[in-house]
Ligand binder design. Structure first.
Ligand code: AVI
Length: 320
């Protein structure tokens, strides 16, 4: 393998160069999400085998009354959502709060102004009485800002078990950062996919239609397009494993033959042995003990929890 001295013009370039020059090779799942990756993730969420979305929807739809009761503050509250997406699950809650004339404002945070504009338009159309105040920026910039200027009770939402794409030490840093922006009365409402029958988890990440495989391989297409590379994507296999002891589902791309890939923009040549792997994603599964441990390590404690009828998924409420 030849690595020439090179100045990188983005963290994407640098991360790809480092990840593919390491042993074992890896790429970060945060790079799955370009326009095509966003669409593939929407398709994943609509698959029956990807139970996470339906479970969280069921929790919110069937327990909205109890959840809303837990959120309420004397002076109303601000519902702050980290990475709202299309807001399908959140809208169920927004509608209930609005129909019941509960005093709240909805502050979705996203890095993309486009996503926020689309969300604002659909919320205003579907639930016109909701006071929506989109906040453009990174989660922590906005939370820090809100912590300084906002005196009303904050309820922070982080749905979809997105925390599961972080290793435990990173998850603790993430939670500790949120915790820093919270006052004593504030709440954090978060989704955590639970440990369960291992085949159910494997099926969620290995659909027969090949949507998850396309999602995983999209990172190679991205490298081809954005970094002028020549990955023969069909020569890589999507492979999923699940370790029931640690609760970690891991995604790989496996090279089906010996091959060399040129990444021109990085002036990098990447050799693959037959059956060599690129590790691309973890999707961590939890139980109450792991979640309590993560919370305690981050200066938070669990005050309430809600689950679906299969006990596949849980939403927890934390305080500091
Ligand atoms: C976004 N994240 C929580 C998803 C997950 O379940 O890890 C991403 C995903 N990867 C494959 N399927 C869905």
């Amino acid at each position: 393998m030849t690595i020439k001295t090179k100045t990188y013009t983005s963290t994407f370039e640098e991360d790809v160069a480092k990840g593919l020059s390491s042993f074992p090779k890896s790429l970060s799942s945060k790079y799955f999400y370009d326009k095509k990756g966003d669409k593939l993730f929407q398709d994943i969420m609509a698959m029956p085998t990807y139970y996470l979305t339906d479970c969280e929807y069921e929790i919110i739809a069937l327990q909205k009354e109890e959840i809303s009761a837990a959120f309420q503050g004397e002076d109303g509250f601000d519902l702050i959502e980290l990475g709202a997406g299309d807001g399908k699950k959140t809208k169920v809650l927004l509608k209930y709060l609005s129909d019941n004339k509960i005093d709240f404002s909805y502050l979705p945070i996203d890095i993309s102004q486009n996503v926020l504009d689309g969300l604002k338009e659909s919320v205003q159309k579907e639930i016109p009485n909701v006071d929506i105040q989109p906040q453009q920026g990174t989660y922590f910039e906005v939370l820090e800002n809100l912590a300084q200027y906002n005196t009303r009770k904050k309820v922070i939402l982080f749905l979809g078990s997105n925390i599961g794409n972080l290793l435990h030490p990173q998850a603790i840093d993430f939670l500790a950062n949120i915790q820093e922006g919270m006052n004593d009365n504030d709440l954090l409402f978060m989704g955590f996919d639970q440990k369960k029958y291992p085949q159910t988890i494997l099926d969620a990440y290995n659909d027969k239609e090949g949507i998850t495989a396309a999602f995983n391989k999209n990172i190679l297409h991205r490298i081809n397009t954005e970094l002028d590379a020549n990955f023969d994507v069909d020569q890589f296999l999507h492979w999923e494993v699940y370790d029931p002891e640690t609760g970690t589902a891991k995604s790989y791309l496996v090279s089906q033959k010996e091959q060399t890939v040129q990444i021109n923009k990085l002036q990098l040549e990447v050799p693959f042995k037959a059956w060599e792997t690129i590790h691309t994603e973890i999707s961590q599964k939890y139980d109450d003990d792991i979640v309590s441990w993560l919370a305690n390590e981050s200066g938070l404690h669990m005050v309430n929890q809600f689950t679906d009828s299969n006990h596949y998924y849980k939403n927890y409420i934390f305080k500091k």
